[in-house]
Design a binder for this molecule. Structure first.
Ligand SMILES: [Zn+2]
Length: 100
C-alpha cells in the first residue's frame, strides 16, 4: 500500500543524535543518497528527490531499492508532531505551516 502523500521527512544521524529532517532542510548538494537519511518507519535508506526546476515535481524523499512502506509518512509526521510538542510545549499547529 502506498500513501497518497509524498514522504516529506527523513531521519538522519548527526553528532550521535537522530534528527528528523524536512525535505526543505536538505541541501541541493545532498540530493539522492547523499542526503544520508533513513525511513523513520522501516529504517530503509532514503534518497532525496530534489527538482532541478521549480515545475519539475514536489521535493520529497523516497525509499531507495525498496517499496514505500505503508506507514512511512504517517510515522514521520507523528514523530515531527511529538518533536514540536516537546520543544514548544504547545499544540498550536499554526506554527507548523510548511512542515506538515
Ligand atoms: Zn519505510
Amino acid at each position: 500500500m502506498s500513501s497518497a502523500f509524498k514522504l516529506p521527512y527523513g531521519l538522519r544521524r548527526e553528532n550521535g543524535e537522530e534528527k528528523l529532517l524536512h525535505i526543505s532542510e536538505i541541501e541541493a548538494l545532498e540530493s539522492g543518497l547523499k542526503c544520508n537519511c533513513l525511513c523513520s518507519n522501516c529504517g530503509a535508506r532514503l534518497q532525496a528527490k530534489l527538482p532541478k526546476t521549480k515545475k519539475d515535481f514536489k521535493p520529497r524523499v523516497a525509499h531507495h531499492n525498496a517499496d514505500t512502506c505503508a506507514f512511512a509518512t504517517e510515522t514521520a509526521i507523528h514523530l515531527k508532531a511529538k518533536e514540536i510538542i516537546e520543544k514548544e510545549k504547545t499544540t498550536d499547529w499554526s506554527q507548523c505551516h510548511g512542515f506538515l
